[in-house]
Design a binder for this molecule. Structure first.
Ligand SMILES: Cc1cc2nc3c(=O)[nH]c(=O)nc-3n(C[C@H](O)[C@H](O)[C@H](O)COP(=O)(O)OP(=O)(O)OC[C@H]3O[C@@H](n4cnc5c(N)ncnc54)[C@H](O)[C@@H]3O)c2cc1C
Length: 503
């Protein structure tokens, strides 16, 4: 089934508990902190149902139509289909929704490509995963995830054996025949305000004694006892769309997940009590690779917006003909081509996974992730430098057009030969919102941390690098030469010099 935007919006009115400071949000589809962004998510759902995009954004299986990211790929063509779907969706939201439904949806799809990893004695976790995949696929559900302990948690001893578990980190506080009970806090469900379901897990490695935290499960966003503590809403802080075109419409939300005796039936539990397995399920299946490939594609869409903006800014400022500026634009264009190439390479050099499935090239995917982490801040700083002081030369806000006399002066003095004053203001307001506003600053932080801190992302490249073959390259070169022909006399001279006492 493919859900329409209207159907999706209706399902968000489900009594979920979202706190904005001390205020309980009654309905995210109408609340000024969330309503425009909810509409932007709804448009993604509508795009899938649009006949023009039908074949690109959905596929048929088991007699039903499904969203593209639920496709389990068996060939390069299948991978290309998935990548094109991610790109079309990311283009529709300009790469600004990091956790669009195809992110965690891809993680879960990737896990089902090697479900035997979930197979542990006395539990039906493998079947639970496959059933959950079918459930979210057939109902076209949007899943977000919270997979890290809260920062404060590392200062507590886990005290796993005691009945009183001191850490604030989310953990299993009880279990019975029906299922498990969750208590505590988890970091950080981006999209939490807008999703149907939340996947709870562990992408940060857990210390061996933190067994109670080693749980993987899924809960509906309106589960009794679950609350989402949202950061400040940038949508609400934006006075209008002209001055803040992105904050006002693409604020995807980041929420801490707080569980107060949340009951989870066994059918929604995927790992429990196994510290290593709770993390291995992502890396030893297709999960981490499909999910983060989506992130690479989404980044590419955002970079295309940024590089396009840089070009327009250079034209608007009348500096595009200057060689140094052209060099800067060339550097940005090369960066855009780099990420495009890294994405294409992942598909071209795909790898087998599980029983007949394929996954994007794992090393290239992590290389792209690492490259994005290293370069996003630099890219933003480069374009901000191109902007000069433009934003501060503009009137405070769009209310200028409401004053005829002032507006006439504005158009007289601020227009250029090729651009109206209003068009210039529109361009710079957009650039500022993307690169420098609170929304822009959040994106810098997002690109640096959403896949875990940089040292953890680099650890994946360390883990997968073909060290033996890299060493062999060095060995081969070193074996191609030896001691100099006159080495005997060379050593003799050295020995004599060493034997002479220093004065
Ligand atoms: C905007 C945003 C959105 C996010 N969305 C999600 C989401 O949807 N789902 C989700 O699960 N998570 C999400 N995250 C959480 C993200 O994965 C974590 O922020 C990340 O794992 C870092 O954890 P932390 O914030 O607790 O920082 P910490 O782990 O406390 O790190 C703080 C600093 O210390 C450094 N540091 C810590 N330990 C080490 C070490 N051993 N060696 C070297 N340096 C170290 C880090 O690199 C960092 O610079 C999001 C984060 C951000 C910022």
């Amino acid at each position: 089934m493919l859900r329409t935007g209207a159907n999706y919006l209706r399902s968000l009115r489900d009594g979920r508990k979202i706190y904005l400071g001390g205020h309980l949000v009654d309905d995210v589809t109408t609340h000024p902190a969330f309503r425009n962004s909810a509409q932007s998510f709804a448009r993604l759902f509508d795009l899938k149902c649009n006949p023009d995009h039908f074949d690109r954004l959905s596929f048929s299986e088991d007699g039903q139509r499904h969203s593209f990211y639920f496709k389990r790929p068996r060939s390069r063509q299948d991978l290309e289909f998935r990548t094109a779907g991610h790109k079309a969706w990311a283009d529709a939201s300009y790469g600004l929704f990091g956790r669009s439904p195809d992110h965690v949806g891809s993680f879960i799809t990737g896990m089902t490509c090697r479900p035997e990893v979930f197979d542990v004695p006395n539990h039906g976790f493998k079947q639970n995963l496959l059933d959950y995949y079918t459930y979210i696929r057939d109902n076209d559900l949007y899943v977000s995830y919270a997979t890290h302990p809260p920062q404060g948690a590392r200062n507590y001893s886990s005290d796993a054996g005691s009945s009183f578990f001191k850490s604030p980190a989310l953990h299993v506080s009880a279990m019975d025949d029906e299922g498990i009970t969750l208590h505590g806090m988890k970091t950080l469900a981006t999209g939490g305000a807008f999703c149907d379901e939340i996947w709870i897990g562990n992408l940060t490695p857990l210390a061996p004694d933190r067994i109670k935290e080693a749980v993987t499960c899924a809960v509906p966003a309106n589960a009794p006892g679950l609350s989402l503590w949202s950061r400040r809403s940038m949508e609400q802080a934006a006075p209008n769309t002209f001055d803040y075109p992105l904050s006002s419409r693409f604020d995807e939300s980041d929420c801490m997940l707080v569980c107060d005796n949340v009951k989870v039936p066994w059918s929604r539990v995927f790992t429990i009590g196994n510290v290593d397995l709770s993390r291995a399920i992502y890396m030893e299946t297709g999960g981490h690779y499909f999910g983060n490939h989506q992130s690479n594609v989404r980044f590419w869409a955002k970079l295309q917006l940024i590089v396009g903006l840089a070009n327009k800014i250079a034209k608007s400022a009348g500096v595009r003909g200057i060689p140094a500026v052209q060099e800067t634009l060339g550097k940005l264009a090369a960066m855009e081509a780099t990420i495009a190439g890294l994405i294409a390479g992942q598909v071209a050099d795909h790898q087998p996974v599980g029983d007949g499935y394929v996954v994007v090239n794992q090393r290239y995917m992590y290389a792209a992730l690492s490259w994005c982490q290293d370069n996003y801040g630099l890219i933003c700083a480069t374009v901000r430098e191109l902007m000069g002081g433009a934003i501060f030369q503009m009137p405070a806000d769009i209310s200028i057009v409401g004053n005829d006399q002032m507006n006439a002066l504005f158009e007289t003095y601020w227009s250029t030969e090729h651009e109206s004053a209003l068009d210039r203001m529109k361009l710079y307001k957009l650039a500022w919102d993307l690169l420098a506003s609170e929304f822009g600053a959040r994106h810098v932080q997002y690109e640096n941390f959403y896949a875990g801190p940089p040292f953890l992302v680099r650890a994946h490249s360390m883990r997968l690098a073909p060290w033996a073959s890299l060493d062999q390259t060095v060995d081969k070169l070193m074996a191609s030469y030896d001691l100099p022909a006159n080495s005997a006399s060379f050593h003799h001279t050295q020995q004599i010099e060493a034997a002479i006492p220093a004065e």
